[in-house]
Design a protein around this ligand. Structure first.
Ligand SMILES: NC(=O)c1ccc[n+]([C@@H]2O[C@H](COP(=O)([O-])OP(=O)(O)OC[C@H]3O[C@@H](n4cnc5c(N)ncnc54)[C@H](OP(=O)(O)O)[C@@H]3O)[C@@H](O)[C@H]2O)c1
Length: 266
């Protein structure tokens, strides 16, 4: 059972995919996790998995674009656990998948609200407790932050922006380690969406590339990328603050290799 002094981490987008995997890994490492997403039933399931992994879990059903939700989650960390050590800004959306000329402006705005505004809101709310703990903020960025993918104008712009926001945060907040991670191409609902809706707005060759990764079993598992996120949130070296990290960076692979590994059998 984690002690009152065990580290506490907020994970947004913890109902499935990368966020759920990171939360479960944190639980295995003995942390307390505050899970945030809109899907209540899925959050209940993740919370159960975190507890089964020996962690402590609380959850909050919320839309990450609501500033009151960020304040409430941080208040929960303070009131119930007395501390906050990490924040993983993981919740994200890809839509709209459409060429810029055809993109719907409401969907475009919504993308930036979830992928960029929310990390700002949650980071701002968490900073007072993270300064106290000398904690860490990890933004889940993407290769799309540096690569122009046709049909993903909002997503590319938002991920580039959140990556640069990470650098500004690192410059402004010397007590807090602020990182952005490019997690690889991961086998989650977002990839299912790309394979099914991609043909509506992406280049055929690009869709075929993603379909091929799935068909050839070359997508990363959420567990592998989630482990790296969990490790970064609790143990990333402080001198990395401001970095845009690639999941294949050997320093990361070495550090995270055994973090929160499942207990060996009898
Ligand atoms: N999969 C990849 O290949 C890949 C590659 C690079 C980067 N990423 C990034 O990795 C992160 C996780 O994505 P994933 O692949 O795990 O996708 P996913 O399976 O679709 O999960 C997205 C998560 O975000 C949550 N979310 C979305 N909008 C939200 C909102 N408005 N309020 C609260 N929660 C919200 C979802 O929960 P609810 O729907 O329950 O709210 C869900 O838990 C994203 O930032 C994504 O951009 C993924």
């Amino acid at each position: 059972m984690p002690s009152r002094s065990s580290p506490v981490v907020i994970v947004t987008g913890a109902s499935r995919g990368l966020g759920a995997a990171a939360a479960i890994c944190l639980g295995r490492a003995g942390a307390t996790v505050i899970l945030v997403a809109r899907g209540r039933a899925e959050l209940v399931r993740t919370a159960r998995q975190v507890r089964a992994a020996k962690g402590r879990a609380a959850f909050q059903t919320a839309d990450v674009t609501d500033p009151r939700a960020a304040a409430a989650a941080v208040a929960l960390a303070r009131r119930r656990f007395g501390r906050l050590d990490g924040l993983i800004n993981n919740a994200g959306v890809l839509a709209p998948i459409a060429r810029l000329a055809d993109a719907d402006s409401r969907a475009w705005r919504r993308n930036l609200e979830v992928n960029l505004l929310a990390p700002f809101l949650w980071s701002r709310a968490a900073l007072p407790l993270l300064r106290e703990s000398r904690g860490r903020i990890v933004a889940v960025s993407s290769g799309a932050a540096v690569k122009a993918v046709e049909g993903w104008s909002a997503y590319c712009a938002a991920k580039a922006a959140v990556t640069h926001l990470t650098r500004v945060l690192a410059a402004e907040e010397p007590e807090v380690t602020s990182l952005a991670l490019r997690p690889g191409v991961v086998d989650t609902a977002m990839q299912t969406l790309i394979r099914s809706k991609g043909p509506d707005g992406m280049r055929a060759a690009q869709v075929a590339y993603f379909q091929g990764l799935k068909a050839e079993g070359r997508l990363r598992s959420p567990e592998a990328s989630g482990r790296v996120l969990a490790w970064l949130a609790l143990q990333a070296p402080r001198e990395w603050s401001g970095a845009f990290l690639d999941i294949d960076d050997p320093r990361i692979l070495a550090g995270a290799a055994h973090f929160g590994a499942p207990a060996a059998g009898p």
